[in-house]
Design a protein around this ligand. Structure first.
Ligand code: FUL
Length: 491
């Protein structure tokens, strides 16, 4: 009897320890985050990927890119302003938001600001009751686009520009824009600053100390207080950085991290902004701002210089496809509408992207990996196939250069591979390679560096039944949220 009891206890304790072991395998902790990680507002911004810019002001009517600041307000006189047409065009192009130049360098305000007479409230258009900021922000809400503002720090009209009083003025205007027009997803703070201007009639050159004049830390606090979800854009972030050029081309690599404290808005190393800093002190992803025409504002002489659909598609791969965002400018014409040529090009661009990304050719593949973290299903290689950003494949901590194979079950033809990392765990991968199964062996067809939010590898069309992702360099184990295959339509 005693012997039986002893045996029973032995079996029971064996079962309990095995259960605990199984439990501990199941309860494998996620990998520790590596380096800087994104904030909640940055994560929301990453999901947007593609949004628009609207440059519209007196310059549209004077055929200039930079107004001097002495323009008569009544020059602003759109003949057929249509906020709905502007926002619909953006939406049909696939944009997730729109940022409007509420005030450009010439100082004219597209909303009836209390703090200046140089605004839309003192013109004949709409009897002085017009408000472009209101109309565009409301049309954005109606069509489900997020709304953002551009308020030029440089103001060539204002008499106090260059003196402390102007900072109060600038901040008052920020407050008006951030409280009167609903939620704002991004505040775009331009780097162009200081030089000659009207300045209330002084007509002189004024320069400022870019480091101290705006007391950016306190100015940014106003944005945080009034619109905590808004990302702040400038050369120095703090949330989103300029990509270092206005051609819409992110670096390769383009790290989402930057040593942002080494930059000042309006004074930055463009090459470093283009590639980011690795490992970097902060998460400050890049935004590629670029215009669909040569200028930022509408000029009739550029009507035949609208970017082609294929050129826009290339921009998409060179920005979104490198982990940055594409911020594409659409300048309304003197009617106050996006011109037909631009609309046409955007439609075709959208059709190409839709045809490409409509179907992930790997969706029903079988995924296998050289290692799965704790052999736990939560980190299964199959997670790269479910189209979600919050599930991912990860490996044990000491496995930094694993591989993942997708067996497509049949031959498929593709030329685009999309890879995403699990962003809340930081940017982990430093280099990777892709192989196709060809004539009974693996053949490499692409290599790359940074992944981050999105890496689009665009290759020749490949027909194969299996592909392999090899992580070839990483300081820690990878966390891959997506591996997907697409085919660009052949013209
Ligand atoms: C530049 C400005 O000077 C241009 O006019 C435009 O607004 C562009 C987005 O930023 O720095």
């Amino acid at each position: 009897m005693r012997k039986f009891a002893f045996l029973f206890i032995l079996v029971l304790s064996f079962c309990i320890t095995s259960l605990i072991r199984v439990e501990s395998i199941k309860a494998t902790d996620p990998p520790a985050p590596y380096g800087p990680v994104p904030s909640a507002r940055q994560l929301r911004w990453h999901e947007m990927e593609f949004y628009g810019f609207i440059h519209f002001t007196i310059n549209t009517f004077t055929d200039k890119e930079w107004g001097y600041g002495d323009e008569a307000p009544d020059l602003f006189n759109p003949t057929d302003f249509d906020a709905d047409q502007i926002v619909r065009t953006a939406k049909e192009a696939g944009m997730k938001g729109l940022i409007l130049t509420a005030k450009h360098h010439d100082g004219f305000c597209l909303w009836p600001s209390k703090y200046t007479e140089h605004s839309i409230k003192n013109i004949e258009w709409k009897g002085g009751r017009g408000d472009v900021v209101k109309e565009i922000s409301e049309a954005c809400r109606k069509h489900g686009l997020k709304f953002g503002i551009y308020l030029s720090p440089w103001d060539r009209n204002h008499k106090d520009y260059g003196r402390p009083e102007y900072i109060t003025y600038f901040r008052n205007q920020l407050r008006e824009l951030l409280t009167g027009y609903g939620p704002v997803f991004e505040v775009f703070l331009d780097g162009a600053n200081g030089g000659d201007g009207f300045y209330g009639g002084a007509r002189e050159v004024r320069t400022i100390d870019r480091e101290t004049y705006y007391d950016w830390a306190d100015t940014w606090k106003i944005i945080r207080e009034l619109q905590p979800d808004a990302c702040i854009f400038s050369d120095a972030g703090p949330d989103v950085r300029w990509v270092g050029n206005e051609r819409g081309i992110a670096g390769d690599p383009c790290w989402a991290t930057s040593n942002r404290e080494e930059f000042v808005p309006g004074r930055a190393d463009e090459a470093r902004l283009n590639s980011g800093d690795r490992p970097g002190t902060h998460w400050v992803p890049a935004e590629c701002d670029v215009s669909i025409r040569p200028g930022w504002f509408y000029h009739a002489k550029e009507d035949d210089k609208v970017r082609t659909p294929q050129n826009l598609v290339d921009l998409y791969y060179n920005s979104v496809g490198r982990g940055a965002s594409l911020h594409l400018n659409l300048p309304p014409d003197r009617r106050g509408r996006i011109p037909e040529a631009d609309v046409k090009s955007l439609r075709r661009f959208r059709r190409i992207l839709d045809a490409t990304f409509a179907r992930d050719l790997a969706r029903s593949a079988k995924a296998d990996a050289s290692n799965t973290r704790g052999r736990d299903k939560r980190y299964s290689p199959a997670n790269v196939l479910d189209g979600r950003r919050d599930t991912y494949w990860a490996t044990d901590d000491h496995i930094k250069t694993p591989e993942l194979i997708l067996d497509l079950g049949r031959e498929a033809t593709f030329n685009v591979v999309r890879i995403r990392e699990r962003l809340p765990l930081g940017q982990r991968v430093e280099a990777f390679a892709l192989d196709q199964w060809k004539d009974g062996r693996w053949v490499e067809f692409a290599t790359g560096t940074s992944i981050g939010n999105c890496r689009l590898v665009r290759a020749e069309h490949i027909t194969t039944s299996k592909i392999r992702l090899r992580i070839t360099q990483a300081p820690v184990c990878p966390a891959i949220a997506e591996l997907a295959l697409f085919a660009e339509p052949k013209e």
